[in-house]
Design a protein around this ligand. Structure first.
Ligand code: IPM
Ligand code: MG
Length: 369
């Protein structure tokens, strides 16, 4: 097994270091190689996704990714901005299926901004199509308008598009995922306005014919945004396009208390994947040692499960995370009265100890040393 490790920018380097520590504690046989990506790669090589980094990612069995981006690159031309690294990896590796689970851990019910009874036991899975839609559609650009409300004025445009096979493959993934869980898929669209999403709805309905054991519901994206904060537990699997998935997955993340808890997996057609926390590089807290490494550690668990065929090792990480939460350890983002505030590194050390089988009591004292 070869894992490409791409820490990236901001808190990316701090949280990935903790996840690597946890992986090493499992005593699995794996090779790993690290490379620069995002702003860090731009500084060193003049490009956010250098050839060498892309080749490493292509050659590896899985990619563990931190985060990219910093406001200081906002003025660079788009092709050189850090975000292009993650978009380029998705495109060149064909990572079209993005899994973003939103699970509210029992120990964190009170960390959510919603009432505890609304989120207690929440377990939804957002499946976001990741290589199509308005994110990648061509043409796009700036030009002088020839029609519209202001002919002759400068304007900008993007193209929203989906082909039938793109919708079919993500729909199959959603129905198959639902089969292993609550057997319900909510397909989110904007069919009342957009041609692309009327087509989306039609194709998802067609694919559903092969999954009579799974319930399919269609929901407009504006209503979905509302239902997510009104009655989030009514969802099981949510499947949607690239842009709606981007927005709804951030919203769903907040239901769980902190985006710092949410892992993600982006898979190609052979289950090779890139694994990253759902959050960004958080330049405002970078270098302070306070970031929550659990989303990245849980992403490493997803990597073991989905791409490396090591489900048992993945279980060990996930139960270790539950143990440290039960021991009352919290990074600043999930801290509340009566729990113990710990640093990024302490949190990583505690998960390592739990993976190695330490008791909750030992875990609590580790961080006091
Ligand atoms: C995400 C991020 C990315 C996206 C950015 C960094 C390009 O917001 O993974 O959700 O929009 O997809
Ligand atoms: Mg996003």
């Amino acid at each position: 097994m070869k894992i490409a490790i791409l820490p990236g920018d901001g808190i990316g380097t701090e949280i990935v270091a903790e996840a690597v520590k946890v992986l090493k504690a499992l005593d699995l046989q794996f090779e790993s190689e690290q490379a620069l990506v995002g702003g860090a790669a731009y500084e060193a090589h003049g490009h956010p996704l250098p050839e060498s980094t892309l080749n490493l990612a292509k050659a590896a069995d899985a990619v563990l990714f931190g985060a990219v981006g910093d406001w200081k690159y906002d003025k660079l031309e788009r092709a050189l901005r850090p975000e292009q690294a993650i978009l380029g990896l998705r495109k060149h590796l064909g990572l079209f299926a993005n899994f973003r689970p939103a699970i509210c851990y029992e120990q964190l019910t009170h960390a959510s901004s919603l009432k505890p009874e609304l989120v207690a036991g929440l377990d939804i899975l957002i499946i976001r199509e990741l290589t199509g839609d308005i994110y990648f559609g061509q043409p796009r650009g700036r030009r002088v308008a020839v029609d519209g409300h202001f002919p002759g004025a400068e304007e900008a445009f993007d193209t929203m598009r989906y082909s039938k096979p793109e919708i079919e493959r993500i729909a199959h993934i959603a129905f198959q995922a639902a089969r292993k869980r609550g057997k319900k898929v909510t397909s989110v669209d904007k069919a009342n306005v957009l041609e692309t999403f009327q087509f989306w709805k039609d194709v998802v309905t067609e694919v559903h014919a092969q999954y009579s054991d799974v319930e399919l519901e269609h929901m407009y994206v504006d209503n979905a945004a509302m239902q997510l904060v009104k009655a989030p537990k009514k969802f099981d699997v949510v499947v949607t396009g690239n842009m709606f998935g981007d927005i709804l997955s951030d919203e769903a993340a907040m239901l769980t208390g902190s985006i710092g808890m949410l892992p993600s997996a982006s898979l190609d057609r052979n289950n090779k994947g890139l694994y990253e926390p759902s959050h960004g590089s958080a330049p405002d807290i970078a270098g302070k040692g306070i970031a929550n490494p659990l989303a990245t550690i849980l992403s490493a668990a997803m990597m073991l499960r989905f791409s490396l065929d090591q489900a048992e090792a993945a279980d060990r990480i996930e139960s270790a995370v539950r143990s440290v939460l039960s021991a009352g350890l919290r990074t600043a983002d999930i801290w509340s009265e009566g729990t113990q505030k710990v640093s990024t590194r302490d949190m990583g050390d505690a998960v390592v100890a739990a993976v190695r089988g330490a008791s909750v009591k030992t875990i609590t004292t580790i961080t006091k040393s």
